[in-house]
Design a protein around this ligand. Structure first.
Ligand code: TXA
Ligand code: MG
Length: 314
């Protein structure tokens, strides 16, 4: 008898049942925690928007356990299939044309003819998706405009009263949302930098990614300029801390209480980013001064999130 595993299997079954009943289930993925709902039920999808307080023009990512399940929902070009085969399961979302007869609620994609699909790698996400046997929409499990959750405790603090089940799979390994790739005029385009570095995708494809349209446009991801925002103000590229600020360091700095990565590792920094912003916010800090982060590898996604977090609030 392995009581822990039995317990886990029971929670997954219970969570899958809740989804089928149209309820909301928060679950871990390797990127961030997702706020899941059965993608085929309009009402369940609507509950996601309501729980997050999200503007309804913002489309959601559909999660499935395998490429085979993804192909049933969307049309994969040769390049889309290639990326899926290379990087799924993993921190990559592909935006593809919706297949005719696709059962996903139109509300999920905010009426767009395309669908954002992802196959997550986290074992608990995989177990849940296999148990529910339906596509699951899951935005990050935070109130709209807040920092994405990388632990079950973050979800409980932000949305605890709005979800039926929270599956706890420990801290998210990557800590940044998935990279989103769309296909513009048949060419792969970067819609949102994320947990899979642009360079990895480009070297797999053998060519550069097209730069996606203006990030402010509502059909593009991360369209809201102020997003991922902590309560504190952010001052970016800060080489030193000023009076009254709390410093978020990067690289060797023995005196720093909060350091994204003392060894200067961008993967570690990504994994720590949202958790540290949560922790600094909890101190009641008014201003967070953030050290400069190199713009290569996962640094591109980290800087994207930091810029949004620092943008003037609307
Ligand atoms: O890592 C992740 O991607 C996490 C985990 C839970 O999977 N999910 C996540 O979802 O970050 P969310 O809802 O916070 O971000 C989804 C992004 C949005 O910026 C949205 O605009 C974009 O995906 N998106 C969804 N459908 C799209 C579509 N059809 N065309 C273009 N962008 C789309
Ligand atoms: Mg989000």
């Amino acid at each position: 008898m392995q009581p822990r595993e039995t317990h886990l299997t029971q929670s997954v079954t219970h969570a899958a049942e809740a989804l089928i009943e149209g309820k909301l289930v928060a679950f871990p993925t390797e990127t961030v925690y997702g706020l899941g709902a059965d993608a085929t039920q309009d009402k369940a999808v609507a509950r996601v928007f309501a729980a997050k307080g999200r503007p309804s023009f913002n489309p959601l990512i559909v999660h499935v356990p395998s490429l085979e399940d993804a192909v049933a929902l969307g049309e994969f070009s040769p390049e889309a299939s290639e990326l899926a085969k290379l990087f799924w399961p993993g921190p990559l979302t592909l935006v593809v044309p919706r297949r005719k007869g696709c059962p996903v609620s139109l509300l999920a994609s905010a009426g767009l003819p395309s669908l954002a699909i992802r196959v997550p790698k986290h074992p608990l996400a995989q177990a849940l998706l296999k148990a529910v046997r339906r596509p699951v929409v899951a935005p990050s499990a935070n109130p709209s405009g807040h920092i994405s959750p990388t632990t079950a405790a973050h979800v409980r603090a932000g949305l605890g009263d709005k979800v039926s089940v929270i599956l706890d799979g420990g801290p998210a390994a990557i800590g940044l949302e998935s990279t989103i790739i769309g296909f513009l005029g048949g060419r792969a385009a970067l819609y949102r930098p994320g947990g899979l570095a642009r360079e990895e995708i480009e070297s797999a494809l053998g060519h550069r990614l097209v730069q996606a349209e203006d990030a402010k446009k509502p059909s593009a991801p991360g369209q809201l300029e102020s997003h991922y925002a902590p309560k504190a103000q952010l001052r970016l590229n800060a080489k030193a801390v000023k009076e009254g600020e709390i410093y978020l360091a990067f690289g060797p700095m023995p005196d720093a209480t909060f350091n994204l990565s003392p060894s200067g590792d961008l993967i570690e920094a990504a994994a720590n980013l949202f958790r540290l912003l949560h922790e600094i916010d909890a101190t009641g800090a008014r201003v967070i001064a953030v050290a400069p982060i190199p713009d290569r590898g996962l640094g591109e996604a980290i800087n994207d999130r930091l810029k949004r977090a620092a943008a003037p609030r609307s």
